[in-house]
Ligand binder design. Structure first.
Ligand SMILES: Nc1ncnc2c1ncn2[C@@H]1O[C@H](COP(=O)(O)OP(=O)(O)OP(=O)(O)O)[C@@H](O)[C@H]1O
Length: 606
């Protein structure tokens, strides 16, 4: 019953619906008392030769009226109690979804997608069952069981009643014991379901890699292993489930046997009429469902409790990063100052950003470069407030970014990530994702700036072409440019391109950068890139190494240095000349295949 306590907040808020439902259930249990009585009276009338048409008509009318009442009350409880159960599922689903939206990258790193999906499906169904089937079985076992026993006591014989219900405590004890086992094994079974869900999700998203490495058989075997785990876990749950029904049949059998023995004795000795004994036996028949209900109740409660604690645990996980939502509104423009002394990821000791400072005015462009893993994206994550627990300060227009309203702050950043995500909707809607009321002109302008307009008008339905899972597949470069258009449309104060030009060719990159340059007075730009040509026009370039600035300055100055930037620049120049000449001569030589050993190691960032 602990789960009822845990869900009390819901029952309390829905007391009207449950009140009406329970009242209707109570009325149904009262109507159940009538037929056995009428049957008993009919039998007595037959035995005493007193049955005539008028008696029969009265009894049949009462039965019909009872049936009509039962129909109406059944309808009322059913709509109310099931309706409330669906409402709980809806509330819990909304809560969970809202929680997912609030959570940070760390949460999604810690919790696997398949597991989260299992929480949002299977676990919520088990909780919904508590609010529906759980309440029904509780009411039925208490009300129908209670009223039947009272009717047996009042209308038939109290001694016979005590004998008949003698085996019931056994049912309670066994149900409780089995319930505990159900709780434990159901929790384990849900975990295996989560693992299987996760495997499906991972295999679907990684299908390309699986196929390209010819790993289908291995993946199938891994999946089969997960299925076997689920199978074993649910077989265990089912084994415990299966103990209920024979147990109840056994207990009802004992009741019948005891009743026939004592009831037969009473009829022979005329303590009871035959009609009364038949009524009593019918009442025992009426007790069968409440007894099943008790078993089912423990089962539903324990499954629900296991699922509720899983969901509750998830809901209590706090976002580690967003420490506070500020109150300030974003000013029209301002200077961005990034001054972080130390930053480590949660649960990690290694410092990923170390004594890093830069300033960026509106209209200026800063480039972040450096070998892979140097900390470029980590800087962006802090700017995007994915993590707030750093030592130092990031400010905009003189105020810490933590003081701004989070939504306001984030919408003032046009962020184009490394991994693009396009929704299953039209090109038009994908571009205006961050500005739902944008006009066609605004969308087209952003698309032109991002160099994707010409591609879009070539699509079968132009801007109305569906993209994503159900629509056209876009090339990596097209996806990147669409994401850039999406970011530009919101008229950002800060535009961040996080390696967002890696999939476009040098010519397209040049067009986009030239377009951005024309607009750059409107926003501050941060470009993270491995390709140095993307940042060569930056007002300042930071060369990162192990989270700190190894070199900084303008392109010309950095090229003259004997550092990583200058070596990388030479390397990339050779590469681009080679690919240009290879395209011209249509040679089979790939650029890297003709590089010297030294150049190849440079290309790897060493
Ligand atoms: N969420 C995270 N949790 C823990 N460590 C992380 C996380 N994200 C990145 N790191 C680590 O921080 C270091 C810096 O990573 P970051 O992504 O900032 O590098 P980067 O310069 O952007 O690399 P790349 O050019 O390959 O994208 C890496 O060693 C990486 O493993």
């Amino acid at each position: 019953m602990k789960i009822f306590k845990e869900l009390w907040w819901f029952f309390k808020s829905e007391k009207k619906g449950y009140g009406i439902g329970l009242f209707a259930l109570f009325m149904v249990s009262l109507t159940h008392l009538v037929p056995p009585l009428i049957i008993g009276k009919l039998i007595d009338a037959i035995v005493k030769h007193k049955l005539n048409w008028s008696v029969l008509t009265i009894y049949l009318s009462v039965l019909l009226l009872t049936a009509a009442f039962e129909y109406a009350f059944r309808y009322i409880w059913s709509t109310n109690i099931w309706g409330e159960a669906f409402k709980l599922e809806k509330i819990m689903r909304a809560k969970l979804f809202e929680h997912f939206l609030k959570m940070d990258t760390f949460f999604y790193q810690k919790n696997r997608t398949g597991d989260l999906m299992a929480h949002a499906t299977n676990d919520l169904s088990a909780i919904q069952e508590v609010a529906g089937l759980g309440v029904l079985t509780w009411a039925d076992s208490v009300m129908t069981g209670g009223t039947t026993i009272i009717a047996m006591l009042l209308f038939i014989d109290w001694r016979l009643t005590i004998i008949a219900i003698l085996p019931l405590p056994l049912l309670a004890v066994v149900s409780k014991t089995l319930g505990d086992h159900i709780h434990e094994s159901f929790e384990k079974a849900q975990e295996t379901f989560s693992e299987m869900n996760d495997k499906v999700q991972e295999s679907i998203t990684g299908m390309k890699a699986i196929k390209s490495f010819g790993e289908e058989e291995q993946d199938k075997a891994d999946f089969q292993e997960k299925l076997d785990h689920i199978d074993q876990a649910f077989v265990k749950v089912n084994r415990i489930d299966s103990m209920y029904d024979p147990l109840i049949t056994f207990i009802v059998g004992i009741s019948y046997t005891l009743t026939i023995l004592l009831g037969g004795y009473y009829v022979v000795h005329q303590v009871l009429s035959l009609g009364q004994l038949v009524s009593f036996m019918t009442y025992i028949g009426n007790l069968v469902w409440p007894m099943f209900a008790i078993g089912l109740l423990f089962n539903v409660m324990e499954r629900g409790r296991a699922s509720y604690s899983r969901v509750d645990k998830l809901l209590h996980q706090e976002a580690q990063s967003k420490t506070s939502d500020g109150t300030l509104l974003m000013p029209e423009e301002g200077k961005l100052v990034f001054d972080v002394h130390h930053f480590s990821y949660p649960d990690e000791e290694k410092i990923r950003i170390n004594q890093l400072k830069f300033e960026l005015e509106s209209g200026n462009l800063i480039g972040l470069v450096g070998r892979t893993g140097a900390g470029k994206s980590s800087i962006i994550k802090l700017l995007m407030r994915e993590f707030d627990h750093y030592d130092g300060e990031i400010s905009y227009a003189g105020q810490s970014i933590k003081k701004y309203q989070l939504d306001e702050y984030l919408t003032s950043i046009g962020y184009v990530p490394q991994e693009h995500f396009l929704f299953s909707m039209s090109v038009f809607d994908n571009i205006r994702f961050g500005k739902a009321d944008a006009s066609q002109e605004e969308v087209t302008r952003a698309a032109k700036l991002a160099g994707i307009h010409e591609d879009i008008i070539e699509f079968s339905n132009g801007y109305d072409t569906l993209v994503g899972e159900r629509g056209v597949s876009l090339s990596g470069g097209q996806k990147q440019r669409l994401s850039i258009a999406r970011a530009l449309l919101v008229e950002p104060k800060i535009l961040i391109l996080d390696d967002a030009l890696s999939a476009v060719d040098a010519k397209t990159e040049h067009i986009i950068l030239t377009n951005l340059k024309k607009q750059k007075h409107a926003f501050a730009t941060i470009i993270v890139s491995h390709r140095l040509s993307s940042v060569m026009e930056a007002d300042e370039i930071l060369v990162l190494d192990s989270g700190h600035v190894a070199e900084r300055g303008k392109h010309e100055a950095l090229v003259k240095n004997e550092g990583w930037y200058s070596k990388m620049w030479q390397m990339q120049q050779i590469e681009s000349h080679l690919s240009a000449s290879s395209a011209l001569t249509k040679s089979d030589l790939t650029p890297l295949s003709v590089l010297t050993e030294n150049e190849r190691s440079l290309s790897n960032g060493k």
